[in-house]
Design a protein around this ligand. Structure first.
Ligand code: FES
Length: 103
């Protein structure tokens, strides 16, 4: 089971390059790439650096602490699959971002 939760108005998201949002009891990072919103868990699985503060490069989020890379669409980590981050579907409804989270 899953549910769509409202993350607020798109205009309120502060991208730098990712935008942190607290929703459903967890911190997530929202990225905008080629007109699509992508969401991953914000805490890097290596040492918990916020991925929203990483760099976007060639479709990957590069963690700013130790430069591990995560595919922005799949969450796959270049170091090994045990380090993958979770990704979440998104949709925009009336200029607000919604994120699908498990119940
Ligand atoms: S904390 Fe992200 S790569 Fe180390």
């Amino acid at each position: 089971m899953s549910q769509w939760l409202d993350a607020g108005p798109i205009a309120d998201l502060k991208f730098d390059p990712g935008a942190p949002v607290y929703i459903g009891g967890k911190w997530l990072a929202v990225f905008l790439l080629d007109g699509e919103y992508h969401v991953v868990d914000n805490a890097c699985p290596h040492a918990s650096a916020p991925l929203c503060d990483g760099t976007l490069m060639d479709g990957k989020i590069v963690c700013h602490l130790h430069l591990w890379e995560f595919d922005i669409k799949t969450g796959v980590c270049d170091v090994g699959e045990q380090w993958n981050v979770r990704t979440y579907p998104t949709r925009v409804v009336e200029e607000r971002l919604q994120i699908e989270l498990p119940k």
